[in-house]
Design a protein around this ligand. Structure first.
Ligand code: NAP
Length: 485
């Protein structure tokens, strides 16, 4: 290897940034700096602190594969995931490399030096040999443009920017949205709210979750028995792969998953009218399936009302729905999701010849394996286009981080200064993705509203196959796709 320093900037200290640091340590001898916008690590789990916040993927899958952890529950709460992120960071000595409260605004490639100039929002500039973006996908809140929203005189906030200073006890609260976040917020608010209105534009399919604490015996086994946690992880991935067969709308698995969810509604909700309003008419899996056991029973409570209509406007004192009915409320909680089809929206990335990434992406946001874009040497994207939706995002991030670290290792071993993507590989990849989406994931275009498609109608967020296939492709296609110079 050539001599240090080869410097890598990592943007974000969420699970992606942490994975990048660990993989760089494993595969290379480079120096790295992590720039983090917030005051702590954990990314989405640092920001999202709404009541009831916890992950809906099993802890043994929603964790790094490279280190065993003594999980207290089958599904980590926000606090537990935050603790886990801190623990991994400290276990691997990553914290001294992190610059907190630092926003990156721009990244510019200088071909003659084979370096990026990284510029913070405060205007500070620094040079790095490579950049790994780990800014996540579900970060920029989707704030609806309802007429009158600004005039609302009560309290309003988005779930991902929860304002904990307000006492919500006894208040009339409206939650707008019924996605995975709302399915956690609503059961947490129902016992304390005076009245709770849940505004549902289009219902989602909801599977039971079955979260519980691990028994002391289970914890002992997962801690001490070799491979027990790995075996549990493998089983979860296997089950998730089988459920993914339902992505074909005509499959038997599709019918089985719908039946499972319908039975869940029928078991949990007493009122037949509400059951009907909660039941989707489109195929299972078209929207991201919500996993929650305590969501449906909330609608049996006398203080909870399901409003199965879109919001059309907001008045200074209430919310108006599509039937024209206004309901006075004190608190308006926007559980309206994010803007995942706008990748790297807050960072300007300039590659070779000064071209800006969003210009390259004006017709279609794409990257080879969602990670590298031709013309942007030494730049790696974690959780980029078409990489969402395979069992555990942490596993995907780990794979992408390893891909980046191995590419940097090869660069160093070959004594080269830049690694770029073969344009043919990038084009072939998009063609392959679109084919796979058509063939294996017809459900995502099966007549519902979901957040996967861009303004041109292309599905730019979803990975249509298993995590295993993604990991294999990441391991074995790099030599074909990457060019070193
Ligand atoms: P989401 O799934 O995008 O749901 C947003 C909700 O807001 C939908 O019900 C949507 O209605 C509604 N909505 C959006 N704009 C609206 C408008 N203008 N008027 C009325 N309703 C509107 O967002 P989310 O629930 O925050 O979840 C986002 C993602 O975060 C999830 O898909 C998941 O990937 C992740 N997440 C994960 C976990 C976890 O445990 N792992 C937990 C929470 C979130 P329509 O359905 O009609 O569009």
């Amino acid at each position: 290897m050539t001599k240090c320093p080869f410097r890598v900037a990592i943007i974000g200290a969420g699970f992606g940034g942490i994975a990048a640091a660990v993989k760089l340590r494993k595969y290379t001898d480079v120096e790295y700096t992590i720039f983090e916008r917030e005051a702590g690590v954990g990314g989405t789990w640092f920001i999202n602190r709404y009541p009831g916040c916890e992950v809906d993927v099993h802890s043994h899958a929603y964790s790094f594969s490279f280190i065993k952890y003594d999980w207290p529950r089958t599904h980590g709460t926000q606090e537990e995931l935050q603790q886990y992120a801190d623990w991994v960071v400290d276990t691997f000595g990553i914290r001294p490399h992190i610059r907190f409260n630092t926003v990156i605004a721009q990244v510019r490639w200088f071909d003659e030096d084979a370096e990026y100039e990284v510029t913070t929002a405060a205007g500070d500039r620094e040079r790095f040999n490579a950049v790994i973006s780990a800014v996540g996908l579900l970060d920029v809140p989707n704030i609806p443009a309802w007429p009158g929203l600004d005039s609302f005189q009560g309290v309003t906030f988005h779930t991902s920017r929860w304002e904990h200073q307000h006492d919500l006890a006894g208040k009339r609260i409206a939650v707008v949205g019924t996605g995975s976040t709302a399915a956690q917020v609503v059961p947490a608010l129902a016992p304390i709210a005076g009245e709770l209105f849940v505004y549902q534009r289009e219902p989602g399919w909801v599977r039971p979750k079955s979260q519980r604490p691990f028994t002391p015996r289970e914890r002992w086994i997962y801690k001490h028995v070799p491979f027990a946690q790995r075996w549990s992880r493998a089983k979860i991935f296997w089950q998730s792969m089988r459920r993914a067969n339902a992505h074909d709308v005509n499959s038997r698995r599709q019918r089985r998953m719908r039946a499972e969810c319908e039975a869940h509604i029928n078991r949990s909700v007493q009122d037949p009218e509400i059951r009907k309003a909660l039941t989707p008419t489109y195929p299972y899996g078209c929207k991201r399936v919500v996993t929650a056991s305590d969501y449906y029973p909330v609608f049996n409570r006398p203080n909870v009302t399901l409003v199965p209509h879109a919001v059309t406007s907001v008045t200074p004192t209430g919310i108006v729905d599509a039937t024209g009915t206004e309901r006075p409320v004190d608190v308006l909680v926007l559980s309206t999701g994010f803007q995942p089809t706008r990748f790297l929206v807050n960072i300007k990335v300039y590659g070779r010849d000064g071209i800006e990434l969003h210009n390259v992406w004006k017709d279609r946001q794409s990257a080879f394996l969602g990670i590298t874009v031709p013309g942007f040497p030494n730049f790696f994207i974690l959780y980029g286009p078409n990489t969402n939706g395979a069992t555990s995002v942490i596993a995907q991030l780990e794979t992408q981080a390893a891909f980046a670290a191995r590419a940097i290792r090869r660069l160093r071993r070959r004594r080269k200064s830049s690694v770029d993507t073969n344009p043919t590989a990038a084009e072939e990849f998009v063609r392959w993705i679109d084919h796979q989406l058509d063939k294996h994931a017809s459900v995502w275009s099966a007549g519902c509203t979901n957040y996967y498609h861009d303004e041109h109608g292309a599905n730019v967020t979803q990975w249509p196959r298993s995590h295993l296939l993604y990991a294999l492709l990441a391991r074995f296609t790099a030599r074909w796709a990457l060019r070193y110079s």
